[in-house]
Design a protein around this ligand. Structure first.
Ligand code: FES
Length: 209
């Protein structure tokens, strides 16, 4: 229980749905990690290390109540406020706490640009039953040529799977850039990557995607 009273099933369902879509707002739970609290709220916090501080995938942003958490562990030395690893941050004081995972649920973009006058010039092309990368023969034709276009934005990453022969979009996904903990703009991220935690940003991106 988050507020010391019985909640109806509908109320619990409504709160979980809110937690999925917005920063969860809740009362601290002494002794629990943010990962455990995230479990209670059904938050999708990534992990591939068994929650022991090794994978660095479970970064959460603390919007309120960071003073209610324990000291940073060594495995969080690459993070600055207001970011913590959900598996390492433990509640040590009763205080309203607001946190959210950096990587939120993917959002499908509803519409792209008009492609009527777009000239298709992919590096990978088909000639008869052969496939070329530029002038280099690289494979036999397998029935389809596909490419992925990636827009790596500081806030959002968009990837689109494209039929290279017709220019048709087959699938398109977007999600929040998990490098946010290194700063909100490119200059801060370059600076972060030039410091003692070099490589953490790239690592978070590869694991996050
Ligand atoms: S779950 Fe791997 S570092 Fe937190």
């Amino acid at each position: 229980m988050l507020e010391g009273r019985e909640l109806s099933k509908n109320e619990v369902r409504r709160r979980l749905e809110n937690a999925r879509n917005r920063c969860p707002e809740k009362t601290s739970q002494l002794g629990k990690t943010l990962f455990e609290l995230g479990d209670e709220l059904n938050l999708d916090i990534p992990s591939s290390c068994g929650r022991n501080g090794e994978c660095h995938e479970c970064v959460v942003e603390i919007a309120n109540g960071i003073q209610a958490l324990n000291e940073r562990s060594d495995s969080e030395s690459f993070l600055k406020e207001p970011y913590r690893l959900a598996c390492q941050a433990r509640v040590v004081a009763e205080q309203p706490l607001v946190f959210s995972p950096l990587r939120r649920r993917p959002k499908i973009l509803a519409a792209g640009m008009k492609k009527d006058n777009l000239l298709l010039e992919p590096m990978v092309t088909r000639r008869e039953d052969r496939v070329y990368y530029g002038e280099k023969d690289i494979d036999h034709y397998r029935g389809r040529l596909l490419g992925i276009a990636v827009d790596l934005g500081t806030t959002t990453i968009v990837a689109e799977l494209i039929d290279l022969e017709s220019g048709q979009s087959i699938e398109r996904v977007s999600f929040e850039n998990p490098q946010k903990f290194g700063g909100s703009d490119v200059m801060h991220r370059i600076s972060y990557d030039g410091g003692e935690h070099r490589g953490e940003l790239t690592k978070s991106l590869i694991k996050g995607t």
